[in-house]
Design a protein around this ligand. Structure first.
Ligand code: SF4
Ligand code: F3S
Length: 101
């Protein structure tokens, strides 16, 4: 099992999640973060830290978002680790409101 960043992160990228991860699972690109499932120890700390609820345990990812499990695995292998908080992306607050979070 592992935790998974889903599409709600894209365009927000608040990075609150990366500050709570004890094992530096998070990787980043210019749109969002991804969790490396090989490193995740399922502590669950990151999920409640995300202001838009983008992070789910893999067994709770709904059917229409299951593709994000593979996307996290693949993109984590292609992108650098992030372990410090960054400013959210421009427009993150507007997108958070749009998501109803
Ligand atoms: Fe890191 Fe824990 Fe989130 Fe896994 S569940 S990515 S170990 S904070
Ligand atoms: Fe994305 Fe939420 Fe983390 S918006 S960067 S998963 S805090």
């Amino acid at each position: 099992m592992a935790y998974v960043v889903t599409d709600a992160c894209s365009g927000c990228r608040y990075t609150e999640c990366v500050t709570v991860c004890p094992v530096e699972c998070f990787h980043i690109d210019d749109r969002m973060t991804y969790i490396d499932p090989e490193n995740c120890i399922d502590c669950g700390g990151c999920a409640p830290a995300c202001p838009v609820g983008a992070i789910l345990a893999d067994y709770l990812v709904p059917a229409d978002k299951r593709e994000w499990i593979g996307i996290n695995r693949n993109r984590a292998g292609e992108t650098p680790v992030v372990s410090a908080r960054l400013p959210p992306l421009p427009g993150a607050e507007e997108r958070r409101r749009m998501l109803g979070a």
